[in-house]
Design a binder for this molecule. Structure first.
Ligand code: EPU
Length: 431
């Protein structure tokens, strides 16, 4: 298995371009199932989860082909399988995003139930309840969800008990071809939801209210082919901005609107850094040691849980103690023990971490446990004295496109080694 090796202590500076967002591209790709015509996708990132979704669509019978590096053509008109088998779903929880579209298109769907996950149990009960409210019957058999509907799904008024991003996307997609009007209340407001709604509207869907907590969808008979463009990856962009800050540097990310990162940028400013932006770029520059700042994760527009680990890495070197509260996932502190191995001073109390900044952290062999936890270890490695070796980096590859290349462009000394090269004798390979 690959490892990433970082020689820390170099201030990063320069400009890089944001990639398309994984969490926006995944629902856009699932939406192809609803479309009666070819779809051309722009700004699709090269990531493992994206390849998995492409494989799933191709397995269902869709034509899927890359045009150039980030432009993808998908045509599901010949797709005939309304299933998502375990072998594919087990590697990517977001495969459950095909449930709503498959049910809307075929009237039945068999999708393997995603198992637990490193960051929490992550059930999909609200997705299923919503589909039931739209007239589907749902059974679980041999680990698969089997959903059926007689005729078409029916519009319904659905109130989510808790804000769910993929739940909102799944039901929005199911409702697009349903009979009548669907109202989603307590809907997620993430920019990825707006990206999906705008894209579906361009293909003939009738959706209103996206970006607010009430979304209203009027079902239509068909969606026609067209184009979809993925928004910038706000989590990736913020991770690179944080890489500049944690090393005392100055990084600009282009191809992203600052509106996508308001909560993050507000905390960065509060910590004493310079933040500059225009319509299509964000620059963050460290101005001396960062001040400790508290964060509290919340659904959008609150501070994103997907940046909690990275912000915590920043706080390990800040002046003072910061309180990091995680309210979205029950087990999203897996990076804490690894950061502690690098000398960070972090005390955990339930869903709260008290991070007392130290003057320096030191390199250590650490292990990536999930996607964003891995990103926090990369940040810590960039700031640490000495050489940090991060193993199990397949987690990083799920969400960061060409991470070594992008960080190298900013001046980082980072390289990847494949375990098969036997690059370091005496280091145990992952099992
Ligand atoms: N939840 C339920 N029941 C449901 C659905 C959600 O109890 O039916 C709970 C979850 O367990 C969690 C909370 O509700 O405690 C919110 O989960 P949500 O459904 O919003 O998460 P998700 O849709 O599964 C997406 C992103 C995650 C991101 C979260 C929160 C995608 C593909 N994934 O997950 O991204 O953390 O929203 O913003 O969009 C990542 O990229 O690293 C990542 C984990």
């Amino acid at each position: 298995m690959d490892k990433i090796i970082i020689q820390g202590g170099i201030a990063l500076s320069g400009t890089i371009e944001a990639s398309g967002a994984k969490n926006a591209a995944l629902p856009l790709l699932a939406a192809a199932i609803l479309v009666d015509g070819p779809v051309v996708y722009h700004r699709i990132p090269h990531l493992r989860d994206i390849s998995t979704m492409m494989t799933l669509l191709a397995w269902q019978g869709a034509d899927v082909a890359y045009d150039d590096q980030h432009c993808l053509h998908v045509d599901t008109r010949n797709a005939s399988k309304s299933e998502a088998p375990y072998e594919l779903v087990k590697t990517m929880r977001a495969s459950s995003l095909v449930l709503g579209p498959l049910l809307a298109r075929f009237g039945h769907a068999r999708v393997s139930l995603p198992g637990g996950c490193a960051i929490g149990a992550r059930p999909i009960d609200m997705h299923l309840k919503g589909l039931e409210a739209m007239g589907a019957t749902i059974e679980v058999e041999q680990g698969d969800i089997i959903a059926r509907v007689d005729g078409k799904l029916q519009g319904a008024h659905i109130v989510f008990d808790q804000v769910t991003v993929t739940g909102t996307e799944n039901l929005m997609m199911a409702a697009v071809l349903a009979d009548g009007i669907t109202i989603l209340d307590n809907a997620a407001r993430e920019p990825e939801i707006v990206n999906l709604a705008e894209s579906l509207r361009a293909l003939g869907a009738k959706i209103n209210g996206d970006g607010n907590n009430r979304i209203i969808i009027e079902g239509v008979d068909r969606l026609h082919g067209g184009e979809m463009t993925t928004i910038a990856d706000r989590i990736e962009a913020a991770t690179y901005l944080a890489a500049g800050l944690i090393t005392g540097g100055d990084v600009t990310v282009t191809g992203i609107s600052p509106e996508l990162l308001e909560a993050f940028l507000a905390r960065v400013k509060e910590s004493g850094c310079l933040v500059e932006y225009g319509d299509d770029f964000i620059r963050c520059k460290a101005q001396g040691r960062l001040k400790a700042v508290d964060i509290h994760t919340l659904p959008h527009p609150g501070f994103p849980t997907d940046l909690q680990a990275q912000f915590m890495a920043l706080m390990t070197l800040a002046d003072g103690t910061s309180v990091v509260k995680e309210t979205i996932f029950e087990n999203r502190f897996m990076h804490v023990q690894e950061l502690a191995r690098m000398g960070a001073d972090i005390r955990l109390d339930g869903n709260t971490a008290l991070v007392t900044g130290c003057e320096r952290i030191s390199a250590a062999p650490v292990m990536a446990t999930d996607l964003r936890a891995s990103a926090s270890l990369v940040l810590a490695g960039l700031a640490a004295d000495g050489e940090t070796v991060i193993s199990r980096v397949y987690h990083i590859d799920r969400g960061y496109e060409r991470i070594e290349e992008k960080l190298s462009k900013l001046g980082a000394r980072i390289k990847r080694h494949s375990a098969s090269e036997n690059w370091m004798k005496g280091v145990q390979s992952d099992v």
